[in-house]
Design a protein around this ligand. Sequence first.
Ligand SMILES: *[C@@H]1O[C@H](CO)[C@@H](O)[C@H](O)[C@H]1NC(C)=O
Ligand SMILES: *[C@@H]1O[C@H](CO)[C@@H](O)[C@H](O)[C@H]1NC(C)=O
Length: 348
Amino acid sequence: MRLCEGLQFLILWVQLSQAVGSPLVMDHRSICRKTRRLIGKQAEICRKEPEIVQEVIKGAKLGTGECQFQFKERRWNCSTADKFFGRILMQDRGRGNDWWRNLQDIRETAFVYAVTSAGVTFAVTQSCSMGELLQCGCDYQMKGESPDGSWEWGGCGDDIDFGYTKSREFMDAQTRHRSDIRTLLTLHNNEAGRLAVKNFMRTECKCHGLSGSCAVKTCWKKMPIFREVGVRLKERFNGAFQVMGSNNGKHLIPVGDTIKAPTAEDLVYTNESPNFCKRNRKTGSQGTKGRACNATSMGIGGCDLLCCGRGYKERQVVVEENCKCRFHWCCVVKCSKCTAVKTVHECL
Ligand SMILES: *[C@@H]1O[C@H](CO)[C@@H](O)[C@H](O)[C@H]1NC(C)=O
Ligand SMILES: *[C@@H]1O[C@H](CO)[C@@H](O)[C@H](O)[C@H]1NC(C)=O
């Protein structure tokens, strides 16, 4: 039995905190207490670096939130992602006719793996910069002047290499030495997620000098904001590559012979997604019945596509809004409550 009680506990905790939206405070001891019987890198991290586990959870939560944002208008809106994320962190591959097993190789799952790995990379790196971890801190590797001499490296650079490495150790832990197509997919998409952070570091600068003059300018490397990471991964999702195993089973090769090979930053999948139109226990699809849709849009999120051609109903709902807002010196805005009738459209 590969599943470990400790991580299961951890997952449960992630799910609970998502359900009630509680802030991430927890006692890593209670989480790692049960993982003694675990083997491999995850267990090692849990035993020796429980504070990293805490960042892993934060990262997974960041990933879930981003997934739900990026997919809010799609048929699969990431609502089942809490289960996804749990099983990804546990490195559980499902068995038999389990919905998870059936969804492992599709585009959506590729995104979830990537955004989770990205989230973990991000969270670990950020806590290094904030001085929350003993193992790491600011990155001072960049030194000296800029090529044109107009500024110099300084300040607290984000130690992305540390975050990248920890994310890889944790997320790739049990799949490292296995070789099957599913493993190759997982490793590839995990890496794509980490690279969506690591390859897009930006330079942030600050001016020093009398009354804001820029006599001295120092710059440091900073991670992209996480929303940008989400947007980028969503683009990769749209352009994801369908692949299959090579003859020796050691590589992924694109399906179709005119197609260029995916880069390390691209997302890959092997199986076509179900359409997610109807509730289906085998795939974990919740269906789109009752989903709010946009009656005037022909695109994703529009009633045509979202409702899978089943049509939609119109409903008037009464909403309470702030209105007649007035600014009072100084500095409050006072509003009255007004009710308004709004038309909403919902899939049949
Ligand atoms: C996502 O879809 C499910 C079921 O289709 C629905 O219950 C849920 O409210 C949706 N979530 C969002 C954020 O729209
Ligand atoms: C619905 O879609 C139209 C056309 O794409 C867009 O202009 C409008 O803002 C959308 N409405 C909402 C509520 O998102």
